[in-house]
Design a protein around this ligand. Sequence first.
Ligand code: SDX
Length: 433
Amino acid sequence: MENKIKQTGTAQITIEGKSYDLPIMKGSMGAPGIDVRALYKQSGHFTFDPGFTSTCSTESQITFIDGGEGQLLYRGYDVEKLAEESTSLEVAYLLIHGELPNAKEYETFESTITNHTMLHDQIESFFQGYRRDSHPMSMLCGTVGALSGFYHDDQHTTEDEARDLAIHRIIAKIPTLAARCYKYRVGQPSVYPQNNLSYAGNFLRMCFAVPAEPYEVNPVIERAMDKIFILHMDHEQNASTSTVRLAGSSGANPYACIAAGTACLWGPSHGGANEAALNMLKEIGTVDRIPEYIARAKDKTDPFRLMGFGHRVYKATDPRARVMRRTTHEVLGELGISNPVLEVAMELEKIATNEDYFVKRGLYPNVDFYSGIVLSALGFPTDMFTVLFALARTTGWISQWNEMLEDPSQRIGRPRQLYSGAELRDFVPMDKR
Ligand code: SDX
């Protein structure tokens, strides 16, 4: 990665009568940033920004989000266009290399990924240690981390070849691991990958094929699955991607970094919201109960929030939610399913996006609002939704991890704090307390 941000001006900060000049840096798109790297050394003052609402943690050239316009670009390409026109592996290549592949590049990449999809057979023993009713995210977190114990030729993250090998292995094996979590959860035998199937088709077959009968991938379902992977693949410096970058900044094992990102994504405020959103829609149950839940979401004394609504960056509808809504209709139509939950979702979206409380705060449906409905229609149980999110986001995580390691300005991430604890005091022996 070549650093491309440029100084476009100077900010001046005055502290106790003394002024400090700080460079204003700008990239190719989006807001500029005040470079505060030298602030503490010059002024003895930190910046304070818990939750990082006004803080850029890095320069990146992978994904751009315009939260006001509801725009999401992967390496400059509109995600809605990529979801409609491209495929998971083509977009994976784009995220990693920065350009869409030509036919030869794609053929080589697809073949490399396909030939890394099998798991080391001893990974199976890790699954046997889980209770059958363990949450699939606990299995994914544990087993993707366990992969760090199986490969030693891709550990030297400073070497391009080792990093490429880790990138290919992780992208290739995460669908096999995710499907294994599902099969273990439902008590069915695992299904090995088949090299003649697409990335999405292989995953569907590993999830839903059973030894007792032949399994044919439904092309409409395969296309929907592929779109869902593309939509969830990357999203700039969200909580789980920042976790992967921070873990990787110490030179940690790549599989361990992905496990750290998986753990972070699991939270209901982040990737766990798709599971929470469907549970919420099922709890609402019928359109006439929507006003009761809208009132609860607005009530500050009630911890209830509309799951699948709101976003730190988007203050307009998440473009991924638009595609997910269309995909939901396509899949339900193909499968001939009429799902009352979809009717509740559509009505809830219509009501909430006209309510002053939500409009004033820029709260609109995000990627998780519809995904539960379509994933449920595809046959996945609710507790598998975040596993699917993690499967897709693994490509974004490992692309961001790789970019960080190639960034000449990269250092180990080590935030500071404002300390408000006890000041220096003497130890008092137990018999004197
Ligand atoms: C993802 O970062 C990413 O890019 C994440 C992600 C990705 O691809 O990686 O896009 C994936 O995580 C999507 C978000 C999934 N989470 C949910 O759907 C959970 C419900 N949403 C929220 O909890 C919330 O909106 C967050 C966590 C998504 C964003 O939280 P912020 O930016 O910290 O906003 P906030 O909590 O400060 O809320 C601002 C105001 C508050 O009210 P006031 O104090 O101003 O009166 O909006 C309110 C909040 O109470 N609010 C909501 C709400 N979300 C925010 N009120 C009701 N329902 C909601 N969903």
